[in-house]
Design a protein around this ligand. Structure first.
Ligand SMILES: [Zn+2]
Ligand SMILES: [Zn+2]
Length: 106
């Protein structure tokens, strides 16, 4: 058995999709950090069902939990998006510079 990195439920080692939260778990075959077995429960704020304390995602309603890991995930994603936008602007400005250079030299 392995633990789903989203809902912290136990799933089969061969599983590529979590049967509880329906997330793709194929990329998480070998968890980098071995987390201690957490059997503490918390209540999902959305559906009020009981889920594992370490769960990042509710296995009942699929709602992401407001955990440190999830917040970091969102932050990293936003940083990536910002970086992409910045790269786009750099290329845009270089393009304008090239066009301007061609127009002024011809
Ligand atoms: Zn899961
Ligand atoms: Zn829920």
């Amino acid at each position: 058995m392995k633990t789903c990195s989203y809902c912290a439920e136990e799933i089969l080692n061969e599983a590529i999709k979590c049967k509880f939260c329906k997330e793709d778990v194929s990329a998480f075959k070998e968890p980098k950090i071995k987390t201690p077995k957490q059997e503490l429960m918390k209540t999902c704020p959305m559906c009020r069902e009981e889920i594992k304390q370490g769960a990042n995602k509710c296995r009942h309603c699929g709602e992401f939990q407001n955990t440190k890991e999830v917040n970091e995930m969102i932050e990293n994603y936003q940083n990536e998006v910002n970086q992409e936008n910045f790269d786009g602007w750099v290329f845009f400005l270089i393009g304008i510079g090239v066009v301007f250079f061609i127009l002024t030299t011809v």
